[in-house]
Design a protein around this ligand. Structure first.
Ligand SMILES: [Mn+2]
Length: 478
């Protein structure tokens, strides 16, 4: 046995207030913590880069936005299966993770606004310790850690819900004894949501319920310094991995994919935020191409859209380059049109510019139209009417990023960009391979995408390590 300092914070005064001796043999949790993984988390952090105090403040901020007497109920994500007993990598529900930092399935968080402004009671129901199950599935944090580590005021095993529900929901618990009680469904969420006498949804049905996302997303959309630092870190390592990937030719999309993944690992972010798009030639025009299994020719233009995550925060970057390392005149011309529009839009990513993502989109479409007219000749001309531009540039110029790749969707794209928001800026031109379009560019796809933090008076490009000037890309091959 050895003594290990086990930090926990007092939620109300929000500073470290106690330490207890915990036998090392009992130090097993369902996720990395500083005590068990000091190489991943600093003291005070509950998840990499985010302190327990920041999580407590997020709950306070949500409580302050809740109407009087309201209760926020959030379920954790479930383990998803690709086939019997073969599960996908677990990914926590983003709102649940944002408010709790708890990274296990089968958990329920309840935040009750209390009478003091900004104050709240935090309930966290979790899977209990179970040595037999943990032998197969790995450690669980358990109910004691829900209080000691995750700072819950109330806890209990999820299996005992709804007996443990907070007082405003409790009067309904006698329904539990309904004689027609069905056998327990197989999964936690279905237990919560299937209309059975004991399900949470039945218990909640006599209350007025409203979606929580419109209250949480505005909080999530404005990043704290710690969140910006994680986004910067994800952008830095993905940018470096992309630059490394651009610096050598690749025989196939899958070989390129292996190079990129290995390079991400070397730069400290081994986890892809999404299946990357690795598309040679005309496959770049399939926006969500993820087969990534075709051969590449030395002459192939390559489009890669990839992003790693760090501490749950993601980056989203797209680069286009020729496999040979040397741009053809056609690719260079089209690339410069897109890059110039992208640079112009990024320069407007600050609060003083008073623009929304929708404004940026309109500005970018006009820039691209000007650019395409600029490279058009009598024999090789682009149509730049609105319909043609919809075909050439069929997606929006950007979206919010954060815990999700397409983050905080209830914050509309008409909102003016504010300092602390993080967005992508990703104009593209995808020329269909048919006679309607100028022959020189048929089948060519160009998108340039960076992750950008909106500043007060200027942007901060989070993915600046991914080179994007033509000269810089060509210089990678020496
Ligand atoms: Mn994107």
């Amino acid at each position: 046995m050895m003594d290990i300092v086990h930090p926990s914070i007092n939620r109300f005064t929000a500073h470290y207030s106690s330490s207890a001796s915990v036998p090392a043999a009992e130090l097993e949790f369902g996720q990395p913590l500083h005590e068990t993984h000091p190489h991943l988390l600093k003291p005070g952090e509950l998840t990499p880069g985010i302190t327990a105090l920041e999580y407590a403040r997020r709950r306070s901020k949500l409580a302050a936005r809740l109407p009087e007497g309201a209760i926020a109920v959030l379920a954790a994500a479930e383990v998803k299966y690709r086939s019997r007993d073969v599960f996908y990598d677990f990914h926590q529900d983003s709102n649940f993770f944002y408010l709790t930092g708890f990274d296990e399935p089968e958990a329920l968080a309840i935040i009750c606004k209390s009478s003091t402004p900004d104050d709240h009671i935090f309930h966290l129901y979790v899977r209990p310790k179970d040595s037999k199950a943990e032998k197969w599935e790995g450690a669980r944090s358990g109910t004691q850690a829900a209080v000691d580590v995750f700072n819950a005021d109330e806890t209990g095993p999820t299996s005992s819900l709804p007996h443990l529900l907070p007082p405003p929901l409790r009067p309904l618990k006698n329904l539990h004894r309904h004689p027609l009680l069905p056998p327990p469904p197989s999964t936690f969420l279905s237990r919560l949501s299937t209309p059975s006498p004991t399900s949470i949804s039945t218990l909640l049905s006599s209350h007025t319920t409203t979606p929580l996302s419109p209250l949480i997303h505005p909080l999530r959309s404005l990043k704290s310094p710690a969140e910006l630092s994680l986004l910067r870190s994800a952008g830095r390592s993905t940018g470096r991995a992309l630059t490394s990937t651009m610096s050598v030719p690749h025989a196939s999309e899958s070989a390129l994919s292996a190079h990129l993944s290995h390079s991400l690992f070397q730069h400290g972010t081994p986890k892809h935020a999404y299946i990357p798009v690795i598309a040679g030639d005309a496959r770049g025009s399939t926006i969500h191409y993820t087969a990534n299994n075709a051969l590449l020719l030395p002459t192939s233009p390559i489009l890669v859209d990839a992003g790693a995550e760090r501490g749950g925060y993601v980056t989203d970057i797209t680069r286009v380059w020729p496999n040979s390392g040397k741009f053809s005149a056609e690719l260079r011309a089209l690339y410069e049109v897109v890059l110039s529009a992208q640079r112009h839009a990024i320069a407007l990513c600050h609060e003083a510019a008073n623009v929304s993502l929708d404004d940026l989109h309109t500005i970018t479409v006009n820039r691209i139209a000007d650019g395409l007219r600029g490279i058009s000749t009598t024999e090789n001309g682009f149509a730049t009417d609105a319909k043609s531009l919809d075909i050439l540039f069929p997606h929006h110029v950007g979206h919010y990023i954060g815990l999700d790749v397409h983050d905080t969707p209830t914050v509309g794209r008409r909102e003016k960009l504010r300092e602390g928001m993080c967005v992508t800026v990703e104009p593209g031109v995808y020329v269909p391979d048919d006679g309607r379009w100028p022959e020189r560019w048929r089948g060519m796809s160009v998108r340039v995408e960076d992750s950008v933090a909106v500043g007060g008076t200027g942007p901060v490009v989070l993915s600046v390590e991914a080179v994007k000037e033509v000269d810089d890309i060509e210089a990678l091959r020496g």
